[in-house]
Ligand binder design. Structure first.
Ligand SMILES: [Zn+2]
Ligand SMILES: [Zn+2]
Length: 349
């Protein structure tokens, strides 16, 4: 089968590799829609802990089951599935509580852990075997392209939930990329009051208005971005803030725009290397609840798919291009250089 392979860091090839087989508890999936995000760059450059080379990436994808391995129940050949990429070992304390994203056996394949597209081969290929635990049946009315957001919607939903958002509360979302735009819609679906989307890219910010944001703040254009965001909330600041930009300035801004007693979830900087420098009184005197969020626990994506099925979250505007697997180099270029308004370039193996 054809697959994208990183033989060593900083190099990719599209080449023939042996087709995988479904082992015990696994399903073999024919990949139908698969895409690239900023995290793939961290994997590519060798800056994602736990990734070994050669490596086949792909962690945002959906497909059709063509074979089930021994011991798989509840899934069958022909099922259309989206993939939730954190598969916990199922035995450690966080896993027993469903917190697959915090598995204490991260990277230990023998213990049953898999991070699909990171510590095990991913879906940037014609076929991929995954744990049956990672496969969520897609609602009939969702396409494979939409199903490729199965993991993403779980990540966004979990981050918004980490703020403890209550109906009617105000929300600032920082970072107008795919996750930020999903967070805007998720907050709206959860009954948020005023939602303000903050970013530095005017074209992406604009999409937020169509997807449920009440107002936009261009932090790049504002002389005092924090004041501009607070102003957008009537000078008070936001009850809840969700940050998906991944930069220090975004994290500082997130803390500055919460109201006193507000809650902030920092979810953008998932890789090491970024520092946070802020006057501590902003947090202490601000009486802020600050939390981090990485990925999503088991089953969160299922609830996300339900929001998509009901039209409360629309991922179609995030799919900006459709190409074939062989077009991976072009998709890579478009995604990482943000060419032609690319948000998600969907590849079809
Ligand atoms: Zn991703
Ligand atoms: Zn575990």
């Amino acid at each position: 089968m054809r697959a994208v392979v990183y033989p060593v860091p900083n190099r990719f090839e599209i080449r023939d590799v042996p087709e995988p087989k479904a082992g015990p508890g696994q399903v073999l999936v024919k990949v139908k829609s698969t895409t690239i995000c900023a995290t793939d760059m961290k994997v590519f450059t060798g800056n994602f802990p736990g990734v070994t080379f050669p490596h086949t990436p792909g962690h945002e994808w959906a497909g059709q089951i063509v074979e089930t391995g021994p011991g798989v129940a509840g899934l069958a050949e022909g099922d259309r599935v989206g993939v939730e990429v954190h598969v916990g070992c199922g035995q450690c304390r966080p896993c027993v509580a469903g917190m697959y994203n915090l598995c204490e056996n991260y990277g230990n394949v023998a213990a049953g852990h898999a991070h699909i597209g990171f510590t095990v081969p991913g879906g940037m290929a014609e076929y991929c075997t995954i744990s049956a635990k990672a496969a969520h049946r897609l609602p009939d009315d969702l396409s494979y392209d939409e199903g490729a957001f199965t993991d993403n919607i779980g990540v966004a939903l979990h981050a918004v939930e980490r703020t403890g958002l209550r109906p009617g509360e105000t929300v600032a979302v920082i970072g107008p990329g795919a996750f930020g735009l999903l967070a805007v819609q998720t907050a709206r679906a959860m009954g948020a009051g005023r939602v303000v989307l903050v970013g530095t890219r005017a074209d992406r910010l604009q999409r937020g208005l169509d997807l449920g944001a009440d107002a936009l703040v261009d932090a790049g254009a504002a002389t005092d971005p924090a004041a501009a965001v607070r102003e957008a909330f009537g000078g008070r600041g936001a009850d809840a803030v969700v940050e998906f930009a991944g930069t220090e300035s975004a994290a500082v801004l997130a803390l500055q725009v919460a109201r006193r007693g507000g809650r902030i979830c920092l979810a953008g900087a998932t890789g090491p290397g970024r520092k946070l420098s802020i006057d501590l009184s902003v947090i202490v005197r601000g009486h802020l609840d600050v939390c981090g969020s990485v990925a999503n626990p088991q089953w969160v994506s299922l609830r996300g798919l339900e929001l998509m099925k009901r039209g409360l979250v629309n991922v179609k505007p995030l799919i900006t291009h459709d190409l074939s697997l062989e077009d991976f180099p072009r998709a890579w270029e478009m995604t990482h250089n943000r060419l032609d308004g690319a948000i998600r370039v969907m590849l079809h193996p």
